[in-house]
Design a protein around this ligand. Structure first.
Ligand SMILES: [Zn+2]
Length: 246
């Protein structure tokens, strides 16, 4: 079986015309190797440059005035559709958002989980936004109350993600490899297309020069500068530019 295939391959090679090596075939080979070398850096660059937001986790809560000027925060269970306000003074509501961004192109090569942000909506004031970490002046007690509520609500698994203070990256190595391979193909095809266009343009320019030179010679002019060489037939070179006329 292998001997048969080998013999077949040999015959194909034997009957194929040897492909001439020109600067164009060398450029194509360089494009193939060069695009492979660029694929992984390109994938990393795309991971940096291209990102889009994906669905975010959200926790809703309520703020109440507690005893002695304290603020109480309570995280609502999303399964409870309608909860009556407890005894006490309602202050407002808050929501904690955990957004994620999907990075990379054409494959998603990493997820970046952003640190939580808190939106505070006090009944007496317009809504405000802040980070869980940054306690901003007058809302410091509110942020502390919300933080305590998040910390205190241990049983809930999702809350673990809300306790993060910094963005974390979650890399997807397999997508990085397949994404780099896709980019390799794309870069190679772009380079190959460019090389073939250049090749065609060069061919076109050369053909035009050749046609012009042939036209000049047929009219008795120097093919390089167009000087009238009629009457100087015994000189091999153009008296104007020194180009070989014959
Ligand atoms: Zn000339």
């Amino acid at each position: 079986m292998f001997a048969f295939i080998r013999r077949r391959l040999f015959l194909i090679r034997y009957h194929s015309a040897a492909r001439p090596v020109t600067k164009w075939t060398r450029a194509m080979e360089a494009a193939l190797v060069g695009s492979l070398a660029l694929a992984l850096p390109a994938a990393l660059l795309m991971d940096r440059l291209v990102s889009r937001p994906v669905e975010s986790l959200q926790l809703q809560g309520r703020l109440m005035a507690g005893e002695g000027g304290l603020v109480e925060a309570m995280i609502l269970d999303p399964r409870v559709a309608d909860l009556r306000w407890r005894e006490g003074a309602p202050l407002g509501t808050f929501s904690i958002d955990l957004g994620s961004r999907a990075h990379g192109w054409p494959r998603i090569t990493s997820w970046r989980h952003l640190p939580p942000t808190i939106s505070i909506d006090l009944f007496s004031e317009p809504p405000r936004q802040g980070s869980l970490r940054v306690a901003e002046g007058e809302h410091e007690r509110i942020i502390q109350a919300i933080t305590a509520a998040v910390e205190g609500d241990q049983p809930r698994e999702t809350l673990a993600r809300f306790r993060r203070a910094e963005a974390t990256a979650e890399w997807r190595p397999w997508s990085m490899i397949t994404g780099a391979l896709l980019l390799w193909v794309m870069i190679y095809f772009a380079a190959a297309l460019l090389i073939q266009l250049l090749r065609f343009a060069t061919f076109y320019v050369q053909e035009r020069q050749r046609a012009r030179a042939a036209d000049f010679i047929s009219r008795g002019l120097c093919p390089a500068c167009g000087y009238d060489t009629r009457g100087t037939e015994f000189h091999a070179r153009c008296p104007e530019c020194g180009e070989l006329v014959w």
